[in-house]
Ligand binder design. Structure first.
Ligand code: PXL
Length: 277
């Protein structure tokens, strides 16, 4: 097996089954070495909890990158998730230009919003900066709310294919090369992911489960990155990530009290099977 090392840049929410506490085990399960650059440390994720702590690690980033440059440490992919500040976006761009191997992929999950709303702590200045990061990435993985924010489009809960295609073409106008557009639903009881790669579009539809969990966007993006880095096509990576998320949500439904994240751990074995299939 071709052994790959990637870097992921996102926060550590100490409790909450999201961001780094998801990316590390999921990417490792895919058989890919996962290096980390924590963007911030929070006591919990911000959704559903109140009074969480937040330590911004923006100012640690340049020195960490300088050290990697000195040691000639480079990565086969860089995947960013929840970033702690607007300034961090500039540092992330610098890391992408110095620490990616030749031909390696930059993958951006513009993790900043869901359900029509920005997460607490984010504002339109952050959205503007995120537009620039997405334009410089090889793949972006927005949900509908994030795609609307990136393209100044009104968020709608019910829509048709024309609405989605218009958003995708606005993302392309912004400079986005390949788009993995999650949570796109055209009929009741189903949802799916639109994969726009090198100008051509495909759609993977799957059942929409009645329960949803926080952090599934991070599980999705991590499984996508792991599969892509293992050499799967973008469409197969999007399909594997979707099927794995469904397994995680089904597993979580077994425990009604577990509200803050998805129980992704008991079904990691299924992800490993899908990756090795
Ligand atoms: O799952 C996205 C995410 C990541 N990190 C933090 C969050 C959230 C979503 O709420 O609050 C800190």
């Amino acid at each position: 097996m071709d052994y790959k090392r990637i870097l992921t840049i996102q926060d550590i929410s100490c409790v909450g089954q999201c961001s780094l506490t998801v990316a590390l085990p999921v990417i490792s399960a895919c058989g890919v070495e996962c290096s980390v650059l924590p963007s911030a440390v929070l006591s919990t994720h911000t959704a559903g909890f109140s009074g969480y702590t937040f330590r911004d690690l923006t100012e640690d980033m340049p020195a960490i990158n300088d050290h990697w440059t000195k040691e000639n440490i480079k990565f086969d992919a860089i995947y960013t998730g929840y970033l702690g500040s607007t300034k961090q976006i500039d540092y992330v761009k610098a890391i992408m230009s110095s620490a990616l191997k030749e031909g390696a992929k930059a993958i951006v999950d513009p993790a900043m919003a869901d359900g029509g709303k920005l997460y607490p702590g984010f504002d339109m200045e952050f959205v503007e900066a995120m537009k620039g990061l997405c334009a410089s990435a090889d793949y972006i993985i927005p949900n509908l709310t994030e795609a609307c924010l990136l393209t100044d489009t009104e968020y709608k809960e019910s829509y048709d294919k024309e609405y989605i295609d218009t958003i995708i073409s606005k993302l392309v106008d912004l400079g986005c090369k390949n788009v993995i557009f999650t949570g796109v639903s055209y009929r009741e009881g189903y949802t799916g992911v639109v994969v726009m790669e090198n100008g051509s579009e495909s759609y993977y539809e799957h059942e929409l489960l009645p329960n949803s969990c926080h952090g599934t966007g991070d599980i999705y993006a991590s499984a996508f990155v792991g599969a892509l880095t293992r050499g799967k096509s973008a469409f197969d990576s999007a399909r594997i990530a979707a099927d794995y998320c469904l397994e995680c949500i089904k597993e979580s439904a077994k425990d009604k009290d577990h509200w803050y994240g998805a129980r992704f751990e008991p079904v990691l074995g299924k992800l490993i099977e899908m990756i090795n299939d």
